[in-house]
Design a protein around this ligand. Sequence first.
Ligand code: GLU
Length: 317
Amino acid sequence: MTALPGRAGPPREGVARSPAPYRGRFAPSPTGLLHAGSLVAALASWLDARAHGGSWIVRIEDVDRPRCIAGADHAILGQLQRLGLVSDEPPLWQSQRGDAYAAALAQLQAAGAAYPCGCTRKETEAALAAAGHAPERFGELVYPGTCRDGLHGKPARAWRLRCGTDAAPLHIDWQDRRLGPATQDLTHEVGDFVVRRADGLWAYQLAVVVDDAAQGITDVVRGEDLADNTPRQIHLQRLLGLPTPRYLHTPLVRATDGHKLSKQNGAAPLVLDTTADVRAALQQAAAALGLPAINADTPQAWLAETTAAWARAAGLA
Ligand code: GLU
């Protein structure tokens, strides 16, 4: 495969003529240490920011408290530092951002775009089964809309976002810098999704949209496993009156069994004890991005040369 940013034709136009100063981010969830797969997203986002002469910011996405591991946030920041990838601004912790998420939810409520839902997962499964279908994607049920018009006497649990109706389905078209044009029927493929969970925690979709806007992020560069979330995020951005950043989803690193390398399936944390370890990790990530192998004396020199290779591939140099 050729180097990433050059692959999709038309989106390149927007890359060089950025109206707002480029601001990119890497947004790890501290549910474990960085592994070979997450480094691909970290490196690509850093290279793209540097190639554009922009800023790169680390955001710790620790809203899903039960899944976070104590100390993993600082351990990830330490790994990034050893790799030479250092946030240009103090990192932001999403656990500190509850007020901003609450304000966004209030805005959605005021607009009638969000509604309380009293259904348990079991009830949703039963409603879907009774309707003769149980559409599910990645373990998430496509909510049948039971509480759209009221709670039916049940206590409110989660807050959901309206995503079109059968009569007027909501299609989101978007453009990815690597994957090209994409479309999603949010109504039927996703359904009214949760923005505040029944356990009171903020949903990833809401938090990421609020923070990308608050941090002035112009370019989201992240793993392809997250591409499917993009239409939900664009829908939220539109409802909240926020700008939509450009998106670039990087290829996934697969384990030998073909599955995506992830913390959930036990991807080994990166070992970065020596300069040779750091070099090997960076080189492996660059190879996954289709970048040429570069030999340099120090990680800093390697990063500088690899940035130049990325910029050439993106048509920036
Ligand atoms: N926190 C997410 C993750 O670690 C990434 C979110 C994003 O880049 O939008 O998978």
